[in-house]
Design a binder for this molecule. Structure first.
Ligand code: ATP
Ligand code: MG
Length: 545
């Protein structure tokens, strides 16, 4: 890093044509991270040179997401569209140097003339235009005198270059389109390959970090810089893009998933967008940790989504308060517990966090437990509740199942138990051991909650990035059962105070997040973030043996 006198200046250059996804998080962590590590700066630059696809909604969401991830561009927020005038001047300069010309070939003819990987291209018949004529025509292109697609400005490099990108690439095209920032001021728009290196140069970027598919464009990047920039020349560096199992990552594909109604929006908790992950309950710390762990390489690879989940669990385990919730309730009646009695019990908030303190939970004669925690006719190693057997109720007493009450259809409606008053948790005689411990909620103190359970949006664990850009095969792999809503869940009283975005561990069930849009004091709505079982850690332990 001794070039540029050790100065490091990077940029994150999103195109505002969709919401940012977890792949962008890798690029954000890399660009802002390198700047931080080397005492440099990182700009946020909207690469908004294409007027058709861009929207203000996306600009706002991108700013919010970069901030939420924990990075700041300070006052260095830029738009490539703010450089349109300077870029135009650069193009004029190329024409003056005899290095660019106006070409009247159609898009199809340009393609034919370009040749192929095995055959050289041939010169455009317009390559011989004089500098003067080119200058006049380019000015008229800008003035709006020609229809869309009738002419382009091209660099004059080498139609026989083995690198197709160097065969007189297009610099400007005519598009009579309104732009989200420059309005109707322009009807010619620069191409990415031209605008990007020069925007980097205008901002005095030192390290222009991009993904591997731009490797073949680097000679062209350098060509523009060498033709037009005297000092502070930026350099392009490539790294492999992130691919994740069970995930599609291109904005174009995510847009289709949104527009075809497979999800409820870009921030649907099933989406791999930053806003979707945030709403699901991901933390910025977990995402940054994940980006650090996957590292930076040139070889393309597919990262297992369970590693991302592992990073999230590690973070939530430290932070999330423990509470009790019964997701599929069945009623337990304690036969020997006084009818109108209730009791306040003490429960620790987080065993991983000594200063998290305790809270009060309510106990009474009628309780809910999880339906799957009872079996009438259990196999031998079943340590939950069954007839004649004992379990501990977390933070409370040991209970014993005495009787099962069924309705006329033979379905269990109530479980009748007795409790042992000598076994109160934390009390003197609490050391009597039983194998199973269950979570529970006192019936008169229970609060109703809606809980949304998610599965992977993409069923197959192959990422679709391997497919070609226009392959829409991923749509057939969208999981039709990726959302299950349960409305009659019961949660403990303390959750009445929970606000949108707050995260909890529901004991034995996993991590849950109060939904940022739909959770209100009158209607509690939680998203299941993730289960407690860590398949990544398990697989890794096995493979390390
Ligand atoms: P997509 O294909 O998802 O639309 P893109 O590359 O077109 O992505 P841009 O807005 O142009 O999206 O990207 C902004 C930056 O993020 C670029 O530097 C790009 O290389 C990087 N980036 C995009 N996708 C990934 C990814 N999957 N992994 C790492 N970096 C990525
Ligand atoms: Mg793009």
């Amino acid at each position: 890093m001794n070039k540029n006198n050790g100065r490091v200046h990077t940029r994150f250059p999103p195109e505002p044509n969709g919401y940012l996804h977890i792949g962008h998080a890798k690029s954000i962590c890399l660009n802002f991270g390198i700047a931080k590590e080397f005492n440099g700066l990182c700009n946020l630059r909207f690469d908004d040179t294409n007027p058709c696809k861009e929207e203000v909604e996306f600009v706002e969401s991108i700013k919010e997401d970069v901030n939420w991830l924990g990075f700041s561009w300070d006052e260095r927020l830029y738009y490539a569209s703010d450089y349109f005038e300077e870029l135009y001047e650069f193009a004029v300069k190329l024409i003056q140097k005899g290095k660019a010309y106006v070409c009247d070939l159609s898009a199809e003819e340009i393609r034919e003339y370009r040749g192929t990987l095995t055959e050289p291209g041939k010169d455009s018949p317009y390559i011989k235009r004089s500098i003067q004529e080119n200058l006049e025509l380019f000015e008229k292109m800008r003035a709006g005198e020609f229809p869309d697609g009738s002419r382009v400005l091209r660099a004059r490099i080498d139609m026989t270059s083995p690198n197709l990108n160097m065969r007189d690439p297009v610099l400007y095209r005519i598009m009579h389109e309104n732009h989200h920032r420059s309005g109707d001021k322009w009807c010619i728009y620069p191409m990415y390959d031209f605008a990007h290196p020069l925007s980097d140069a205008i901002e005095k970027i030192t390290h222009s970090i991009c993904t591997m598919e731009f490797e073949d464009h680097r000679p062209l990047y350098d060509w523009f810089i060498d033709q037009l920039i005297e000092e502070n020349k930026p350099k392009q560096y490539e790294f492999a893009r992130l691919n994740l199992t069970n995930t599609v990552m291109s904005k174009r594909k995510l847009r289709q998933i949104v527009e075809k109604g497979f999800v409820q929006g870009w921030d649907d908790p099933r989406m791999p967008t930053i806003s979707g992950l945030r709403r699901r309950g991901y933390t910025p710390e977990a995402i940054r940790d994940f980006c650090n762990r996957i590292g930076v390489a040139k070889a393309n690879s597919i990262v297992d989504v369970t590693l991302l989940e592992h990073c999230l669990r590690e973070d939530l385990n430290k932070k999330a308060p423990r509470v009790m919730a019964v997701l599929d309730p069945i009623k337990v009646v304690l036969l020997n517990y006084p009818e109108n009695q209730e009791e306040v019990l003490k429960a620790e908030n987080n065993p991983e966090k000594p200063d998290a303190g305790h809270r009060q939970i309510m106990f009474s004669k009628n309780l809910y437990i999880e339906r799957e925690d009872f079996m009438e006719d259990p196999p031998s190693k079943y340590f939950r509740l069954s007839p004649g057997k004992e379990v501990r109720l977390k933070h409370a007493y040991i209970i014993k199942c005495e009787k099962v009450i069924k309705n006329e259809n033979g379905e269990i409606v109530e479980i009748h138990c007795t409790y042992d008053p000598e076994t109160k948790s934390g009390g003197n005689a609490s050391n009597r051991k039983v194998k199973g411990t269950l979570h529970w909620i006192s019936v008169p103190h229970a609060i109703d909650a809606e809980i949304r359970f998610y599965d992977y949006l993409i069923q197959d664990d192959q990422p679709s990035e391997e497919e070609t850009e226009n392959n829409d095969d991923f749509l057939s792999r969208v999981n039709p059962n990726s959302l299950i809503v349960r409305k009659n869940c019961k949660v403990e009283l303390s959750l009445r105070e929970s606000s949108p975005g707050e995260k909890y561990q529901f004991l034995r069930q996993g991590y849950f997040c109060a939904d940022s849009k739909d959770h209100t004091p009158d209607k509690l709505v939680f998203n299941k973030i993730i289960s407690l079982r860590d398949s990544w850690a398990k697989i890794n332990r096995k493979s390390n043996k």
